[in-house]
Design a protein around this ligand. Structure first.
Ligand code: AMP
Ligand code: ZN
Ligand code: ZN
Length: 428
């Protein structure tokens, strides 16, 4: 296997051109002194185009329906809009984003929340590994699509995605940026389009783009606020800018846009609190993650006692011993998942008196049971690979890795998705 991290980009570009040339010769018995300019036109008959995967963090289909979103509407008329996208459990940014790009449930990729302690590594993952280096491999399990692409002579370029600024399996995307939330959204678009530009020097086959604002406003003001509505409309304008720039760069015909989100958002309330310190002796436990899914690690020999104390007061939440967690959550296998899992009912917050007195709660949150409609994410796709003017029912995020590797003609790594579950949205 070629390790692409050591391969200079110009050599990779050369290989891609060589392959294009090879197929041109095979198919058309034509010369190929310079295939530079016609890579995008002399494509193989099964070339389904490049993929730009965009995440609008925390976007719900409902937000699109209740606001003026002419650009998302324009894409929907030319592509496939799903009723919603069911995520993996727990519905938190890092687990869900990383499942989208690996096709693995969190129990198989190991990113069990946004922030959690790994007791074997004796270190804390908090929106990323503690340091950026070779140790990163120990945190991110499975194979994200940018690694699959790079290992199969394609070019990946990421303008933010959880995991994309770490070295995974010894590979990084050809272009990536360390996460920096202060980079303006229009600049993110300009950068990613320069990487996808068919006449540019990167010519990415797969790229990502990420916007955080709808989620941030959802937390701050709640999902039903005017502020969220305004932010959704502003985000739609950025999508409009992206569409304009795609036209200018000649990407409109060949680029597959897949616009997703990673979860929905629920309204919180000071009336809906679960004080953990009222229920159990906090001395007996470590809390791996807090709310709305409390991942509880009891001290040696205390598991049954803590579990029973919670079970006796099981109000506004459901508590499970890890090994009893129903299959539907797919959240048992990984060693990072502690012995007791407590899942708050929608809109409830798990906290302690002292934490609540100091910090209160935000207006919105997510992380709840992935089956709840309020936790579903968003899915909209358009491009040569997709049906046009099509509405479909709820799709499942776990199948996106299969879908994207299929579009790109890549051999997928082992994963939990099934292409046939999502194939009906493809134009074939
Ligand atoms: P959450 O806390 O689940 O609402 O996560 C959303 C937040 O995650 C965003 O507002 C960012 O601050 C952060 N975030 C998103 N992507 C990344 C990334 N690739 N690296 C680090 N932090 C990120
Ligand atoms: Zn998120
Ligand atoms: Zn969030």
């Amino acid at each position: 296997m070629i390790n692409h991290i050591e391969m200079p980009n110009n050599i990779k570009t050369y290989i891609k051109r060589y392959l294009t040339c090879f197929f041109s010769v095979a198919l058309f018995i034509s010369g190929c002194s310079d295939v530079d300019t016609d890579r995008e036109t002399e494509i193989q008959s099964d070339d389904r185009g490049a993929v730009l995967l965009i995440s609008i963090d925390g976007l719900m289909t409902e937000y699109m329906e209740r606001n003026e979103t002419p650009n998302l509407d324009w894409i929907a008329r030319r592509g496939v809009l799903a009723e919603s996208m069911e995520m993996v459990f727990p519905t938190k940014t890092f687990p869900t984003h990383y499942s989208i790009v690996t096709g693995l449930y969190p129990e198989n990729h190991g990113i069990i929340s946004n922030s959690f302690r790994d007791y074997e590594l004796d270190a804390l993952f908090s929106y990323g590994p503690p340091d950026n280096g070779p140790e990163d491999d120990l945190w991110w399990g499975g194979e994200p699509i940018w690694v699959t692409a790079e290992n199969q002579s394609q070019t990946a370029a990421t303008m933010f995605w959880p995991g994309s600024d770490s070295e995974i399996k010894g590979v990084r995307p050809t272009r990536f940026k360390d996460y920096d939330g202060s980079i303006p959204n229009l600049a993110r678009i300009d950068t990613v389009l320069s990487w996808l530009d068919p006449s540019g020097d990167v010519q990415a086959d797969f790229a990502t783009l990420y916007f955080s604002d709808v989620d941030s406003y959802g937390h701050r003001y709640g999902p039903n606020s005017e502020e969220v509505n305004n932010m959704v409309e502003e985000t739609d304008q950025w999508i409009g800018y992206l569409l304009e720039r795609m036209q200018e760069t000649g990407l409109e015909e060949r680029l597959n846009l897949i616009i997703v989100s990673d979860h929905g958002m629920a309204e919180l309330s000071d009336e809906r609190l679960i004080f953990l310190d009222d229920l159990i002796d906090m001395e007996n436990v470590d809390i791996v993650d807090w709310t709305p899914v409390a991942m509880i690690r009891p001290e040696e020999g205390k598991t049954q006692e803590v579990y029973e104390a919670l079970k006796e007061n099981e109000q506004n939440f459901t508590v499970y011993l890890r090994e009893e967690l129903p299959d539907v959550y797919r959240f048992r296998e990984h060693y990072r998942i502690p012995d007791i899992i407590m899942i708050a009912d929608l809109g409830y917050t798990i906290t302690t008196h002292s934490f609540y007195n100091q910090r209160g709660i935000s207006a919105g949150n997510h992380g709840y049971d992935h089956r709840l409609p309020e936790m579903h994410g968003f899915f909209l796709a358009k491009g040569p690979a997709f049906l046009t003017d099509e509405q479909t029912g709820t799709v499942r995020a776990i199948h996106l890795y299969e879908l994207m590797t299929y579009i790109l003609g890549l051999e997928p790594a082992i994963n939990d998705g099934v292409l046939d579950e999502i194939r009906h949205i493809l134009n074939e």
